[in-house]
Every structure is written in C-alpha cells, then in structure tokens.
Ligand binder design. Structure first.
Ligand code: GDP
Ligand code: MG
Length: 294
C-alpha cells in the first residue's frame, strides 16, 4: 500500500448529553475507551480514539454533550465542544430517537459548517419500524445534512454503514499516529476515568458530579501496575458517603475499578484509593487546571 492511497482524518462526535456518543465511539472502535453511564455529563474531557487499518486511520473525538454552561466546569466542557466543531473532516451529530428538538442557536452553528455532517438517529432498538419511519421523515424535512442514518450504538446496528460514510469523506493523507496507537491520552488518564465510572455507577444524587479523580502514582513493576488514586470531594459529608460504613462503599468501587483496569491494561493492578476534600473544585479555575481542564 503506497502512502498516496492512504486516507486519514478527524471525526468528531457531538450531540446532547446521554444520546449515546460515548457508546457509539466505543462501538466504532470495537474497544471501550469512553466511560458510559445512564447519567448525563459522564464525559467531561475530549477523548480521542484511533482506528487504523492498512490504508486508513480515523481519529474519533468523543466530546462532552452540548449543554448551556452554568458553572466553570461546564464552561470548560463547552470549550471542548466548540473546538470540536472546527478541525474535523466530518461530524457525527448524534440524537436520541425520542428527541425531536430542533437545533438551538449553538447546535445550528454546527450545521453551517462546510465539513460533512452525518445525523445519526441513535437508540433505534427502542422503537418500531413505523415510528422510526416518522422520525426519519421529521429529520429529513427539518435539517440538511449529508446523510441521516438510524443506528443503535448499543447493538452496533448500522455502525459499519456509518464507517463506510466516514471513509468516503476522509482526505488522502498519511497516518497521523503510529498504527498501533489506540488513543492520544496516557494510560493514567484512563485509570482515572475507570475509577470515575465506578463512582458514577455506585453513588447517587450529587456525589457523581462532586467528585474528581486524580492519579498521583502509576508505576509498572514487572507484571504489576501500582496505581494510587486520590478521589477529590467537595465536602466532608461527601467524603463520608464515598467511604461508607467501615469503608465498604469505597472498597466496592476499588474492586470494580481494579477488575476493569486489569482488563484494560492487560496486567495485574494494585490499586490504592484515598478520599480528600478539595472545596469547590468545580468552580475554581486553578483546581480545574490541575485536574486537566483548560
Ligand atoms: P453520551 O452522554 O452521549 O456519551 O451517552 P452514553 O454513551 O454515555 O449513553 C447514555 C445512555 O444511553 C447509556 O445508558 C447507554 O447505555 C444508553 N445507550 C447508548 N446507545 C444506546 C442504544 O443504541 N440503545 C439503547 N437502548 N441505549 C443506548
Ligand atoms: Mg459521553
């Protein structure tokens, strides 16, 4: 294969919270990179997933959902979304099959871009054929995009078709990254994300949104990886809930996280978790920067 016939490009995945963007990216990659839960705003950072073949390389970016920002963390999340509207060769705009909200001011901008936009109607496993027909008619009469594709990210239905569309609009370009690279984020980033996913799944109310995980040590020693994680909460009361009676709650998070970490990293993992209080981290830009938001 000569490099002149090699295609490579950037594909950004945008849409409201909870429509299934992260599930879709994982399905397109065939590997779980992005954390997924039923809670909105699970994805806080832009996460890149790279899919390479002999003659192509697609660099996907899973973004936080489009929301109206009302605190500093959300403003940082929206900057991530905005930057994803430029610098791409194609956009995957994901909507939930039950959602017929027309684009707001912000997402309307998305449609004025000159790059190809594919509207993916996700979660079609949840409705019947007749209802889906109506949904497709609705969207095709209201928006002008390169293609409208019904998909089920969860069941990988039509994800191959999405990929075919993507290939047609990738420019001829040599690979941007080594072919064996799966992501541009370091392993310790995923360690923090996996622990955060377990917290999102195990606690309720404000806890999931009040917590940030920082990896302060990540050491490989032969077949073992030693990971030390700090779980930052905003208040003492949250710290107590996180730890739970006799530490049971935190222990459960640790067991689940270690299991996933070992699968993801392909090595034995020793995981140490500590809960600290970082008052008001969501609103303080200095702390946000330390946690990797820009
Ligand atoms: P994001 O916020 O847009 O990244 O959405 P997620 O990928 O985190 O998914 C949000 C929720 O929708 C999760 O509970 C997923 O399991 C669920 N979900 C995603 N795709 C599908 C789908 O195709 N069908 C169904 N039934 N549920 C889905
Ligand atoms: Mg997500």
């Amino acid at each position: 294969m000569t490099s002149s016939h090699h295609k490579a490009g950037f594909v950004n995945i945008v849409g409201k919270p909870n429509v299934g963007k992260s599930t879709l990216m994982n399905a397109l990659l065939g590997k779980k990179l992005s954390i997924i839960t039923a809670k909105a705003q699970t994805t806080r950072h832009r996460i890149t997933g790279i899919l390479s073949g002999d003659d192509f390389q697609v660099i996907y970016a899973d973004t936080p959902g489009i929301i109206t920002p009302n605190y500093a963390l959300q403003q940082s999340m929206m900057r991530v979304v905005r930057s994803s509207l430029v610098d791409a060769d194609a956009l995957l705009w994901v909507v939930d099959v039950h959602d017929q909200d027309l684009p707001t001011d912000f997402s309307a901008k998305l449609l004025q871009r000159t790059i190809p936009v594919f509207l993916l109607i996700n979660k079609v496993d949840l409705i019947g054929k007749v209802a889906l027909e109506k949904v497709l008619q609705y969207w095709s009469s209201h928006v002008s995009v390169n293609a409208i594709i019904p998909v089920s990210a969860l069941q990988a239905y039509n994800t191959a078709l999405v990929f075919t569309h993507i290939l047609t609009c990738l420019p001829e370009h040599p690979p941007y990254y080594p072919k064996d690279m799966l992501t541009d984020k370091p392993e310790r980033f995923f360690a923090a994300e996996i622990i955060r996913e377990k917290i999102l799944r195990n606690y309720h109310q404000e806890i999931p949104y009040s917590v940030e995980v920082v990896i302060d040590a990540f050491k490989e020693e032969g077949n073992l990886i030693k990971i030390s994680a700090i779980i930052n909460a905003e208040r003492q009361s949250q710290k107590s809930i996180l730890i739970g009676k006799q530490g049971h709650a935190l222990k459960k998070v640790g067991i689940e996280a270690r299991h996933d970490l070992e699968r993801f990293l392909g090595k034995k993992v020793f995981l140490e978790q500590r809960v600290k209080i970082a008052p008001g981290w969501r609103t303080k830009s200095q702390l946000l920067r330390r946690f990797g938001y820009t």
